[in-house]
Design a binder for this molecule. Structure first.
Ligand code: ATP
Ligand SMILES: O=c1ccn([C@@H]2O[C@H](COP(=O)(O)O)[C@@H](O)[C@H]2O)c(=O)[nH]1
Length: 300
């Protein structure tokens, strides 16, 4: 008999089973050393243990502090792997460099192959117009940016991480990599007329490509105000998934264009190779001008 109402209430809250009997029912997989608080006989209301409590009881998830030696071992293995990777990447770059250095003449004869460089700021419309030229003039379109992105995605590429970092920063990838990709694409395609889009972006690339791969016939330059290019790129960024179509990287790309790429246009201008097209109009209007230029250059 319970003496008071409150004692009756307390009794009704007593567990049907104590924690000890719960453990003994579940016990086959419990450790022999059960934490003290689990073996109290004070009847408390049973509730199943929380995941946290269960894992403490079983010892699962308990972290042992790694020793200093273990940390050192893991760190040195990581560092060695990183150094091997850097060395092999450096080695590959050097090998390409040496291959290019050893050339006494370009790999492709300019009398048999036609290379047109397509230059202009980011978002000026180079890629859009190249597609029209492929359709109407039988050119092969080689976008240096697309080739770099493909190499970056290629499983096992030694340069994937490096390319990604340069593109995100709006910087120009070391020329050996881009030149090797362009030359490979030219060989694999087997065509004879190439629109090399978005390359050369720096003077060293311009000189090296013409010395070792092929001399250009002409340069098509798309002139476009920055605010127009900015609007286009931000719009493209809504769907492109490109890591560099965001305001921060776009600003960096504009800076790189002014500092490193525009001098290339000036260099070819002095050689009388540049045809300039203002491209603030609609793509169709811009193409009318581009088409006239190509008809003029490639009349046969
Ligand atoms: N004349 C134009 N008027 C309006 N939008 C255009 C025009 N030309 C291209 N665009 C659009 O602007 C964006 C950039 O064009 P495109 O990709 O051809 O430029 P790009 O110079 O090749 O750029 P990037 O160098 O960044 O690859 C695209 O979304 C394209 O559809
Ligand atoms: O010759 C090149 C061409 C491109 N890059 C890098 O790629 C991005 C994107 O190029 P798009 O032509 O706009 O597709 C460019 O900003 C550079 O980071 C390069 O390094 N060298």
């Amino acid at each position: 008999m319970f003496r008071t109402a409150s004692a009756r209430l307390t009794a009704s809250l007593r567990p049907q089973i104590t924690v000890r009997s719960y453990i003994s029912k579940q016990t086959s997989h419990f450790p022999h050393k059960i934490p003290f608080r689990f073996i109290t006989t004070t009847p408390i209301r049973y509730r199943p243990p929380t995941t946290d409590e269960a894992s403490k009881a079983t010892g699962a998830g308990q972290q042992r502090k790694p020793s200093f030696i273990a940390i050192l071992a893991v760190a040195s293995v990581g560092l060695s792997a990183y150094l091997v990777l850097v060395k092999s990447r450096e080695g590959q770059k050097k090998a390409i460099e040496q291959k290019l250095e050893s050339r006494t003449k370009p790999a492709f004869d300019k009398d048999k192959y036609t290379v047109v460089f397509v230059l202009g700021g980011p978002g000026s419309g180079k890629g859009t117009q190249c597609q029209n030229l492929v359709r109407d003039f039988g050119f092969v379109h080689l976008s240096a940016g697309d080739l770099l992105r493909a190499e970056q995605r290629r499983p096992g590429s030694e340069f994937g991480e490096l390319i990604n970092t340069y593109i995100k920063e709006g910087r120009i990838v070391p020329m050996e990599i881009t030149i090797a990709l362009l030359e490979k694409a030219m060989r694999e395609d087997g065509g004879t007329r190439f629109l090399v889009d978005g390359f050369p972006r720096k003077m060293d690339q311009a000189v090296k490509f013409e010395e070792t791969v092929c001399e250009s016939k002409s340069v098509l330059y798309f002139e476009c105000p920055e605010e127009v290019m900015l609007t286009r790129l931000l719009h493209r960024g809504e769907t492109s998934g490109r890591v560099d179509d965001n305001i921060e990287t776009i600003r960096k790309r504009f800076k790189t264009f002014v500092e490193s790429s525009y001098p290339v246009v000036q260099y070819f201008e002095k050689k009388g190779k540049v045809k300039t097209v203002l491209c603030v109009d609609t793509p169709e209007k811009v193409y009318e001008k581009v088409k006239e230029i190509f008809k003029e250059i490639f009349k046969e």
